[in-house]
Design a protein around this ligand. Structure first.
Ligand code: NAD
Length: 497
């Protein structure tokens, strides 16, 4: 029952000593101030734990210990094989703790338990394993210079990496940073989102058990304007690895400029176009993909297809299909295994999403589905899947990232107009197009200004392919071997023969 689940999670939090704890230098510790803040279940507004409210003093300690572990070589000078084995062990431990991690994730941020259990936790373990497996299979280079010179190009870890992560896929996105950063030999300080810190804190103990040495992986929960800022400005942090909003991303660039010019890697927001042409090979499949591409994870997905661009000749027919497909997503108790749409991360975010829905209506768009809070709206942060038609690309609901279950449908007349609308955004994370015309698919894929383009599907992903954005969606790429570029410096060494 629900109460049993909640009791199980509360017991877990206290048994594992993550209640009110950060993880610094290989062990759990309180914030030095002794302060905590409430961790609230967004499905019912009940407090489920207290999170250590770290501040500048804790950052100081965590960065110092990370720096010491880096300089000592205890991790970075290990052979890649040793680092590989520790990371694979971590992945195995994550899988062994699948239920615990999934339950904490769902209670903390509201996503359905079926997804945290079957998708997020195994996906996160896979990221760690993949980077572990990769690291002893990468060779350095020799440059083709003169006969009497040997010039080698080698990769070295950068140093102390501060990972600052969001709340929508808390464990998974943290692993996108931690996996390659640790594999490459860096030491890491992770600051999870204040809205969902539990799985990161839990993960720290598993990393320690897996043999990652003390000081190499630290977790400092707390707020952006304190912990995040202190990491951003710290002279001993060599790299910021960030996923979050474009607004915060800008601030991190400023921190780097004001301090030590640390490397700043940014995975930021999106307002992604999903373009459906009249010659789409399968409108039913496209409609189901449009719905799941927008409403999966309550729409709290950076790469959600929130702008649905539909060729005018099929507009009404296709919108009808999308509305029907979207009814499949029914907000429900996140701990019920049958639920496919949970609660938004908190009441404040629910308020922001509902405000956008109001702006959409005031701006003249028409509600084709949803538009309200759902379920026990007083206590739970639920919002129905919502679809606007009659919109244009200048409306606020078409320009700003709502980060909730809201889709804006915009009609277009021809290829040129579709591309103009698709690219008329500050963002450039993902884009999709549906067409049976091969030459159109190739031509338009080149014209779309986005880091990922999907043709006749939405949001396929794999560890082997890089993920990241053009324009204000960020820089650098997570996943794949390209992710390692973020966490290594290239060194050339000239040897006169
Ligand atoms: P956010 O920017 O509010 O917070 C992200 C992290 O930054 C949190 O840990 C937060 O505490 C920290 N932070 C906030 N202000 C800070 C400051 N002044 N200094 C240092 N750190 C600070 O984002 P969010 O609301 O947690 O996440 C949602 C956003 O994340 C959306 O914009 C979404 O598109 C984006 N996102 C992007 C990707 C991607 O891969 N591109 C993936 C998921 C989410």
């Amino acid at each position: 029952t629900y109460d049993q689940w909640q009791a199980y999670c509360q017991a877990l939090v206290s048994q594992q000593q993550i209640e009110g704890r950060a993880f610094i230098n290989g062990g759990y510790t309180q914030a030095q101030s002794g302060r905590t803040f409430d961790c609230v279940n967004p499905a019912n507004s009940e407090i489920i734990a207290h999170i250590a409210e770290c501040d500048e003093a804790d950052v100081e300690l965590a960065v110092k210990t990370a720096r010491q572990s880096f300089e000592s070589g205890v991790w970075r000078n290990q052979s890649p094989k040793v680092r590989k084995e520790a990371l694979i062990k971590l992945a195995v431990l994550m899988e062994a703790n699948q239920t615990e991690l999934a339950a904490l994730e769902t209670l903390d941020m509201g996503k359905p338990i079926s997804e945290s259990f079957h998708v997020d936790v195994p996906g996160s373990a896979d990221v760690i394993r993949w980077h572990g497996e990769a690291i002893d299979k990468i060779y350095d280079e020799v440059a083709p210079t003169q006969e009497d010179v040997l010039a080698t190009i080698t990769r070295e870890p950068i140093g102390v990496v501060a990972a600052i992560t969001p709340w929508n896929f808390p464990l998974w996105l943290a692993c996108w940073k931690i996996g390659p950063a640790l594999a490459a030999g860096n030491s890491v300080v992770l600051k999870p989102s204040e809205k969902s810190s539990l799985t990161a804190i839990y993960l720290a103990r598993l990393a320690s058990e897996a043999g990652i040495p003390d000081g190499v992986f630290n977790v400092v929960p707390g707020f952006g304007h304190t912990v995040g800022k202190a990491l951003g400005l710290h002279m001993q942090v060599d790299c910021l690895a960030f996923t979050g909003s474009t607004r915060t991303a800008r601030t991190l660039l400023e921190y780097a400029g004001q301090s030590n010019m640390k490397r700043v890697w940014l995975e930021a927001g999106g307002k992604n176009p999903n373009i459906v042409f009249a010659d789409c090979p399968n409108l039913d499949k496209a409609a189901r993909s449009a719905a799941s591409g927008c409403f999966y994870n309550q729409g709290e997905v950076c790469v959600a297809g929130t702008r649905l661009l539909v060729e005018r000749s099929i507009h009404d027919e296709f919108v009808q299909k999308v509305v029907e497909a979207s009814r499949h997503f029914k907000p429900g108790d996140p701990l019920n295994p049958a639920t496919n749409m949970g609660a938004l991360v908190d009441k404040q975010h629910q308020g922001s999403v509902l405000q956008y829905i109001q702006w959409g209506q005031q701006g003249g768009a028409t509600l084709a589905l949803g538009g309200s809070a759902a379920l026990d709206a007083d206590k739970g942060a639920f919002v129905e899947p919502t679809i606007f038609t009659g919109a244009d690309n200048q409306m606020r609901i078409a320009r700003e990232e709502i980060f909730g279950p809201v889709m804006t449908v915009i009609p277009f007349n021809d290829e040129q107009q579709a591309i103009e609308i698709a690219n008329d955004t500050d963002y450039g994370l993902g884009a999709a197009l549906w067409t049976a015309n091969l030459s159109r698919a190739h031509k338009l894929a080149k014209q779309l200004r986005a880091g990922s383009v999907w043709i006749n599907n939405y949001n396929d992903g794999d560890m082997t392919v890089p993920f990241g954005g053009f324009k204000q969606s960020g820089n650098g790429r997570d996943k794949s071997l390209h992710a390692l570029d973020k966490y290594t410096e290239l060194k050339t060494t000239w040897i006169q023969l």
